[in-house]
Each structure stands twice: as structure tokens, then as C-alpha cells.
Design a binder for this molecule. Structure first.
Ligand SMILES: Nc1nc2c(ncn2[C@@H]2O[C@H](COP(=O)(O)OP(=O)(O)OP(=O)(O)O)[C@@H](O)[C@H]2O)c(=O)[nH]1
Ligand SMILES: [Mg+2]
Length: 201
């Protein structure tokens, strides 16, 4: 079946919240620590390896990048948190602005929280979960780089995270091996107005 995210294209990057595009349609926020694999996952989800920049240098994504999926849906790639090189984190007003975005943004439908499967639920991830809970925003915990672990270790890591989530199930993905993105696509589509379809990935 067709991958509904395949036509995604870069829209704009903003460094100030006042420059955000109009608050309309559905937005899925992609969040996570620097180097967690957010941009790689976006490229895997959209089957477009050139869509978002991937780098070995943490903190590569320094703007909030908007990707248009279709008329109503956007992916919003946040700069990785907890990394000083990103211009956002030099700003003292980052946290309040982010809180304002969470509190006010009508388009925000869910946050995908990307965490390296080997180092999940760090303090900054917990802060992001708290921000979601405080603003009644749904979130999807995603454990990235699952290719780095054996199957056994992978299942253990997923269970350990799930035990700490109240009813939300973590999804393991590997952007290297392209694993888990059908599941992630379905989870994302549950929070948007788009019709649900399996991607065939
Ligand atoms: N083995 C493996 N490496 C991965 C995977 N996903 C990402 N990486 C590597 O992890 C590094 C960071 O990936 P990015 O996708 O740029 O991470 P990011 O979260 O967007 O990072 P920032 O934009 O800096 O916040 C790169 O070297 C990727 O090649 C994966 O599934 N498996
Ligand atoms: Mg990135």
C-alpha cells in the first residue's frame, strides 16, 4: 500500500517562535535528544533519504524544520535537546517558548519522542514527557537504532521502557535496517485526520 508520507517536502525552518507558520491542520512534533536519530527516522518514514539532514556531529538540526506531508499534515523536526551547539539552547527563553507552543498550538496533535534504545528516558526525555502530560498532548515513545542490540536485548529494553510508561507503548525502529516504520506510521496516523493505511514498508 501507498506510503502516505512519501510526498513530504521541506517547507521552512524557523529559529523564532513568532515565525511559525499559521496554526492550522495537524502537526506531529519530532523530539528527542541530539543524535537520537530523529532526522534519520523522518527520512525512513518518508522513504526519502535526502529530506532531513543527518550528521555525525550532534546538534546538526538547529532550526525548527517544518515538512509538509499533505494539505493538512506537517512534521515538525525539533532541534535535539540537551546540546549546547544548537542555537536554541543558547536562548534562555527556549523552555517557556516551547511550553507556549505546547499550550497554545492547536495544530499540535502528538509528539514522537525519539530515544536511543541503549539510553532511553534520560532526564531531558522525562522533561519532554512531562511537558506533554501537562498540556494534555499525546506522545509516542520511539526507541531508535534497534539494530545496535540483539533481539533479546531489544525486547528487554522495550519492556523496561513500557513499564515506566502509563499505558503508552514504545515502538522500536531502525533507520539503518528500515524496521518498525509501518508501526510508527500507523501510530502517527491515529492522531491525525488522515485515513489509516498501511505503508507496506
Ligand atoms: N546504527 C544506526 N545509526 C543510526 C540510526 N539512526 C540514526 N543513526 C545515526 O545516528 C546519528 C544521528 O542521526 P540523526 O538522524 O542526525 O539524529 P538527530 O536526532 O536528528 O540529531 P540532531 O539533529 O543533531 O538532534 C547519525 O550518525 C546517524 O547515521 C539507526 O537506526 N541505526
Ligand atoms: Mg536532526
Amino acid at each position: 500500500m501507498k506510503n502516505l508520507f512519501k510526498e513530504s517536502e521541506f517547507m521552512l525552518g524557523v529559529t523564532k517562535f513568532k515565525n511559525l507558520p499559521e496554526d492550522m491542520g495537524d502537526e506531529i512534533l519530532l523530539a528527542g535528544r541530539s543524535n537520537a536519530g530523529k532526522s534519520s527516522a523522518l527520512n525512513a518514514l518518508t522513504e526519502n533519504p535526502k529530506l532531513a539532514r543527518i550528521s555525525k556531529t550532534p546538534g546538526r538540526t538547529t532550526e525548527i524544520n517544518f515538512f509538509r506531508v499533505n494539505e493538512t499534515l506537517k512534521f515538525v523536526d525539533l532541534p535535539g535537546y540537551g546540546f549546547a551547539k544548537s542555537s536554541f539552547h543558547k536562548r534562555k527563553d527556549w523552555a517557556p517558548l516551547l511550553e507556549e507552543y505546547f499550550a497554545k498550538r492547536q495544530a499540535l496533535k502528538a509528539v514522537v519522542i525519539f530515544m536511543d534504545i541503549r539510553h532511553p528516558l534520560k532526564d531531558s526525555d522525562r522533561d519532554m514527557i512531562e511537558l506533554c502530560n501537562k498540556s494534555d498532548t499525546a506522545f509516542i515513545p520511539v526507541l531508535t537504532k534497534s539494530d545496535k542490540l540483539s533481539n533479546n536485548q531489544k525486547h528487554k529494553a522495550i519492556s523496561a521502557v513500557n513499564r515506566q510508561m502509563q499505558g503508552v507503548e514504545a515502538i522500536a525502529v531502525s533507520s539503518k535496517d528500515i524496521v518498525g516504520f509501518d508501526k510508527l506510521s500507523r501510530a502517527i496516523l491515529e492522531f491525525t485526520g488522515a485515513p489509516i493505511s498501511t505503508s507496506g514498508m
